[in-house]
Design a protein around this ligand. Structure first.
Ligand code: FAD
Length: 297
């Protein structure tokens, strides 16, 4: 939004909305689009730029829910698979299918049997398209597709499809559509306080970080879509103190593709339960590692 447009639209901050969404990441953008298409009036308030939170720092995969299968979360796999299809149908320009390799090794967590059965069940539950259904590769086929894999103990691999996306771009596309349909959105607008009437939240006090102005924005409902910051808003509402978010930490190691010439996206399920993705993309090879849960106090 240009500064001129922003200034001309500031009266939008004086109105009362059906819904105020705090947070302009993918969750806030998705809620805004959903609400506006149901006929509700909506405003999104974001304290940084849109998607500047975790929505621009992901591994950039629209997961199909394979990892939930490990815990037998059958309903979740089916739902996530269908949602992925919807994202692809609505945004083929920001979503691309990517074949992912799941190698298995002697004494590894998964073997050919469990991988085969797991991926087959996954195809069924997630409603995977015929030409994207799992394949099982021999050791030779696996090495052919990814010569950098450790050969020792390699028994073959499962081959299945994940979808790649530009996470920040996807967020912006969703938000743009919501705004096109009539939603209002302001970035650099930090919510600093909730407003109450008779103990009910009736709006928010928002601080425009571009010019220092403070606005009272009113809404029938306020949604906290602030991702990792969720407890900061919750603490404004004086909610119980014994329930709070545990943050996980993710680390991306990015190598120049000439130094780490991985050809094929690979997903390892490590013995300690962590997921590791290695993905070649845009002249780089990215490793994503997730650490164990960290307690944030
Ligand atoms: C390392 C890593 C890799 C990941 N990889 C994937 C992946 O490949 N695929 C996938 O689907 N998911 C992945 N995820 C998860 C995904 O990134 C998150 O689930 C998603 O981005 C959460 O979006 P969100 O909108 O809830 O939060 P965010 O994107 O963090 O948005 C919250 C927003 O709220 C704003 N905000 C906070 N406080 C206020 C306030 N007081 N006033 C106004 N605004 C405020 C913040 O500025 C922020 O922009 C990954 C996560 C990590 C950490």
């Amino acid at each position: 939004m240009s500064n001129k447009f922003r200034q001309n639209n500031k009266e939008a901050l004086q109105k009362e909305y059906d819904l105020i969404v705090i947070g302009g990441g993918i969750t806030g953008a998705g809620i805004a689009l959903d609400a506006i298409t149901r006929g509700l009036s909506v405003i999104v308030l974001e304290m940084q730029d849109y998607a500047a939170g975790t929505s621009s720092r992901s591994t950039k995969l629209v997961h199909g829910g394979l990892r939930y299968l490990k815990n037998f979360e059958v309903k979740m796999v089916a739902e996530v698979g269908k949602e992925r299809e919807i994202v692809y149908e609505n945004g083929p320009h920001v979503t691309t299918p990517e074949w992912m390799m799941l190698p298995f090794y002697e004494k590894g967590t998964f073997g050919p049997f469990t991988t085969n059965v797991g991926l087959r069940v996954y195809d069924f539950l997630a409603g995977v398209k015929k030409d994207e259904r799992r394949q099982m590769l021999s050791t030779e086929e696996t090495i052919d597709r990814e010569p950098l894999l450790k050969r020792e103990g390699l028994k073959g691999s499962g081959y299945y499809v994940e979808y790649k996306t530009g996470d920040a771009r996807l967020t912006l596309e969703v938000l743009k559509k919501a705004v096109e349909k009539g939603a209002k959105a302001f970035n650099y607008m930090k919510v600093e306080q909730l407003l109450y009437n008779d103990g009910q939240v009736i709006g928010v006090k928002a601080h425009d970080l571009t010019d220092g102005e403070v606005h009272h924005v009113y809404g029938k409902k306020v949604v906290n879509a602030t991702g990792p910051w969720v407890d900061q808003i919750r603490s404004m509402d004086h909610v119980e103190k014994d329930k709070y978010l545990f943050h996980t930490k993710g680390v991306h190691l990015v190598f120049d593709h000439t130094k780490f010439p991985l050809q094929q996206a690979v997903y390892f399920d490590t013995p300690d339960g962590r997921m590791v993705f290695a993905i070649p993309r845009d002249g780089k090879t990215t490793w994503e590692l997730r650490t164990h849960l960290l307690k944030v106090t």
